[in-house]
Design a protein around this ligand. Structure first.
Ligand code: AMP
Length: 215
């Protein structure tokens, strides 16, 4: 089964994606993490992408599609895939359909996590990330044991530039204009589309996501 997890920034796609891939046979493809790794190592792609990411804009389709295509070609194995943060435009969705078709595969289910803007702004602005293991904390709702320090790596947590208030507002606008049309694309393709209330607590959302996938 191949799944796309869609939803505005801060709605909890990452957390739910981790729940899914804790099951054997599931692989998660997280374009935000792949891009941040490229930025950290300073690759050509990373240098180009950083200009867009720091402003809360989408990285151009051609760059991100090439990244996902390379990743799938190198790491693809038959099993369950969950795409987190991709596709974010109709053009990306259509490219993904073509890439998966070459692998004799397709997207079966789109999970759309939904929440109000105000709740999302509060969540993201309180978010802190580990630069080494990408673990996410929240200063209000899920702080680390020691303030500012990753529980696993002991590294100093960072407030990502793209998690700062102005950028969050821009990212929410981009989600509405660029990414929401992806829902219509999958409806037309005949994929199963399930909307899940992302305001509920994490465990409840997990239950709803697993139910939607018949797990
Ligand atoms: P995320 O952690 O998924 O919110 O991604 C962080 C940033 O990476 C986004 O704000 C975009 O600038 C960029 N990004 C991640 N995935 C994509 C994508 N599929 N298309 C374009 N830009 C992306």
């Amino acid at each position: 089964m191949n799944v796309v997890l869609l939803g505005p920034p801060g709605v909890g796609k990452g957390t739910q994606g981790v729940f899914l891939t804790s099951k054997p046979g599931w692989t998660r493809i997280v374009t935000g993490d792949l891009l941040r790794e490229a930025v950290t190592v300073g690759s050509t792609l990373g240098v180009k992408a950083e200009k867009y990411m720091s402003r809360g804009h989408l990285v151009p389709d051609a760059l991100i599609v090439a990244l996902v295509r390379d990743h799938l070609v190198n790491f693809y194995s038959k099993g369950n895939l969950v795409f987190d943060g991709f596709p974010r435009t109709e053009a990306q969705a259509s490219e993904l359909t073509e890439i998966l078709a070459l692998l004799e595969n397709s997207i079966d289910t789109l999970i759309v996590l939904e929440a109000e803007d105000q709740a999302l702004v509060e969540r993201i602005n309180g978010r802190r990330s580990c630069p080494d293991c990408n673990a996410i904390y929240n200063v209000h709702t899920s702080p680390p044991e020691t303030s500012g320090i990753c529980d696993t790596e002991g590294s100093t947590l960072i407030h990502r530039t793209d998690d700062k208030l102005e950028t969050v507002i821009s990212r929410l606008g981009v989600y509405k204009t660029e990414t929401e049309p992806v829902i219509g694309y999958y409806e037309q393709m005949g994929a199963k589309v399930c909307r899940v209330d992302g305001n509920k607590d994490v465990g409840e959302v997990r239950k709803l996501v697993f139910q939607a996938l018949g797990m």
